[in-house]
Design a protein around this ligand. Structure first.
Ligand code: BGC
Length: 716
């Protein structure tokens, strides 16, 4: 399509409407009938509704076809709509939440899950997904940590790239365009409270928060979403420095920039724009292209152009980016793209997708504690499957694209599929965060007393993490502790399966539970994955990518922090006067970044680097031997960390710079090597340019971030 020629034929108003994204249902009926409900409150010229550029939220293949058809029949320019949806951790087949997938440290898995989600979504009428979310997170109080890959920028970049490539592939039939979000630093919301402001210096922004957005762009992401938060006082939707100067000019991103939901309008509420006109002005100055679910562009852009405040060139550039996206999606050739009702029925939730979902949930689970009770034996006489999350399909996670609980395998189903009726169920208590009802505990205790083993499914409701689901208290509700304690009184053989979208503060749980297997929110096949892990049909290998605090008051908490001028010297002592510490709790997390157990054991030996001096352009090879010394064939995630000892600005106590997931037979030993190059030492220093500064570096290799340096080298 000659999009320039198309643009030349459009009136100013028609161009402006290409920048509008309304809810899909707004385009479902006749022109006059539409815009009922909340959409009706967005006053703009309804005669142009059918010139709008894009639609938010999918409606399934059949309705998508009807709506696109209706739209095109009513539209003057007949430029197809783009259909968008939050396909975040799967479509109808749900994979574990993104924080869980990250715990697999398996970028191919992240890629494959995105690819399969794209396949289901594309045939069901979706062309753009609002993913990946690559916001770096350090505070599990924030509900959206479930959508992230955790606290580490290096892993975040790897996952960003893999996910973008999974969705987009070569933009064939089964691919969809990705949208990296939320630009920028949305994950640093103050106090872990959603939509809250972010204040941070540029070195922190550039060294930790921005790299993953950039990695997505380098991977070819076609669109980007700005964030709700203000950054150093300026809401991202109208942040010219962030979007125009850094994203467009410095990084060269020429894809479509989409606002977050009504965030142009919210600039007024932030106190950054005087009114809708000012908001439209600031958004356009920042080169925002698509306005999602508010209508300041349609209402005010024309006026701003006639007053000369916004140029026609600015508008044209934005519209051309939207038209190019439509062209790249192939919509001018086929406005329905890959939408196919029959294929959707066949492929959505098909065995291949479910198999991947199960595998992903197994790879993502993290064994947090095991006193030896795990794995269970398949000839067990009976298992009491207890808890508010034991017999529910509501473990598929927050972004669910219309998935239903009944499509999800429950833990009880999963265990029954291995041991049949020897699995018995009692609920024990409710999952609601405010529930204090203890009336169901007695029945569960009675069951626990009769059974050989107990699998106790605790945690949080799947919708208690996600957008706006923030918590000040990360501890488990009292009623769940009461249930656990009562069960322990009659049966010590208790395995806790934890279901959560975020790190919880489970110090008390760790103290009393014989074993804790963290399933996160494991998706459609969660129950089968849990059962396979419990009975060692699959061996846990995941490692957490966000530190688990001991208590909520430690948040934010992350491994790659600074040393301070007064670091705590005695790590295991609570009170240490005049050091950076608490009076009442240790500094260290309950479980550190990169931590996770296996049913097997490993021996790390012969850690080495091949030289102790690095001249610029050279590489250092770090290596280690890892041996499986246990009784299970299994996987291990070997991690490399580096500490830059002195910098023009202070440097973290350690930073992940490499990882490798290896598979080891019983007794097998493998040598793992990592390349350290100048790029892996580079950072934005005092002068805000990125470079590796000369000096000394420590090298660490270990099974988690809680490891000691074994060597030092110098960069000359
Ligand atoms: C969220 C985005 C999402 C958008 C569209 C917003 O509330 O912040 O992540 O993509 O809604 O559903």
């Amino acid at each position: 399509m000659d999009i320039q020629a198309l643009l030349n034929k459009m009136t100013v108003k028609e161009k402006i409407y290409q920048l509008l994204m309304m809810n899909t249902l707004a385009y479902a009926g006749k022109k006059e009938e539409n815009l009922t409900g909340p959409a009706a409150k967005l006053i703009f010229d309804k005669n142009y509704l059918f010139e709008s550029g894009s639609a938010l939220n999918s409606v399934g293949a059949r309705r998508m076809i009807d709506i696109q058809k209706n739209y095109l029949e009513n539209s003057k320019n007949k430029i197809p709509l783009i259909f968008t949806q939050d396909v975040i951790h799967g479509y109808r087949t749900l994979y574990p939440v993104n924080l869980a997938i990250a715990s697999s440290f398996d970028t191919k898995l992240a890629h494959d899950c995105a690819q399969m989600a794209a396949k289901e979504a594309s045939i069901d009428g979706v062309q753009v997904t609002f993913a990946p979310m690559v916001d770096l997170v350090r505070d599990p109080r924030w509900g959206r940590v479930m959508e992230s890959s955790g606290e580490d920028p290096y892993l975040n970049c790897k996952m960003a790239k893999a996910t973008v490539e999974g969705y987009q592939g070569d933009m064939g039939k089964y691919n969809i365009a990705a949208c990296v979000k939320h630009f920028a630093a949305y994950g640093a919301a103050e106090g872990g409270r959603d939509y809250n402001c972010v204040d941070m210096g540029e070195p922190t922004l550039r060294n930790y928060y921005l790299p993953a957005y950039k990695a997505a762009i380098d991977a070819g992401v076609m669109t980007l979403m700005t964030s709700f938060n203000s950054l150093n006082g300026v809401p991202s939707a109208g942040n010219k420095w962030l979007v125009k100067d850094i994203l467009r000019d410095e990084w060269g991103f020429d894809g479509v920039v989409i606002s977050d939901y009504a965030s142009f309008r919210e600039m007024i509420v932030h106190g950054y724009a005087e009114d809708g006109k000012d908001a439209a002005y600031k958004a356009m100055e920042a080169t925002g292209d698509i306005e999602m679910s508010s209508t300041n562009y349609p209402l005010y852009l024309e006026e701003l152009i006639s007053e000369g405040k916004i140029s026609m060139e600015q508008l044209d550039k934005a519209v051309l980016r939207v038209l190019k996206l439509k062209d790249d999606l192939g919509l001018f050739d086929n406005p329905y793209r890959s939408t196919d009702v029959e294929e959707a029925e066949k492929i959505i939730l098909c065995k291949e997708h479910r198999d991947l979902a199960r595998y992903a949930a197994e790879e993502s689970a993290v064994l947090l504690k095991n006193n030896g009770i795990l794995p269970l034996k398949e000839d067990v006489s009976s298992v009491a499957v207890i808890g508010p999350l034991a017999n529910t399909g509501e473990i598929f996670g927050n972004w669910h694209c219309g998935a239903k609980a009944e499509e999800t395998i429950t833990v009880l189903d999963g265990i029954k599929s291995i041991i049949g009726d020897r699995a018995k169920y009692a609920k024990g208590c409710d999952i609601e965060i405010t529930s204090t009802d203890e009336s169901q505990i007695a029945k569960a205790v009675k069951l626990a007393k009769k059974c050989e083993k107990v699998v106790l499914c605790l945690g949080e409701h799947q919708f208690d993490s996600g957008e706006s689901q923030c918590k000040a208290i990360l501890e488990l509700p009292e009623v769940q502790y009461k249930l656990l304690n009562e069960v322990l009184k009659v049966n010590k053989n208790v395995v806790v399966l934890l279901f959560t979208g975020r790190p919880l503060a489970i110090e008390r749980l760790d103290a009393i539970a014989p074993a804790i297997l963290n399933m996160w929110m494991p998706g459609t096949e969660g129950g089968n994955a849990a059962a396979n892990l419990l009975f060692a049909r699959s061996v846990p290998s995941g490692k957490i990518t966000m530190s688990f605090p001991r208590v909520s008051g430690q948040c934010p908490i992350y491994y790659n922090s600074y040393n301070t001028g007064r670091p705590k010297l005695q790590k295991d002592l609570v009170r240490e006067k005049y050091t950076s510490s608490y009076l009442d709790v240790l500094n260290s997390p309950l479980y550190p970044f990169g931590y996770g157990m296996s049913y097997s054991t490993f021996e790390y030996s012969d850690k080495a680097i091949d030289k102790t001096t690095m001249t610029r352009g050279e590489k250092i090879i770090a290596s280690v031997k890892v041996k499986n010394t246990g009784n299970y064939k299994c996987k291990e995630i070997v991690q490399l960390y580096i500490r830059d000892l002195v910098g023009s600005i202070v440097r973290p106590v350690k930073e992940l710079k490499g990882f490798e997931k290896i598979e080891l037979d019983i007794g097998e030993e493998k040598t793992v090597t990592f390349e350290i190059d100048e790029e892996s030492l580079a950072f934005y220093g005092a002068d805000l340019t990125k470079k590796a500064e000369s000096g000394k570096f420590q090298v660490f290799i270990g099974a988690s971030s809680d490891c000691e340096p074994f060597a030092e080298f110098e960069l000359k």
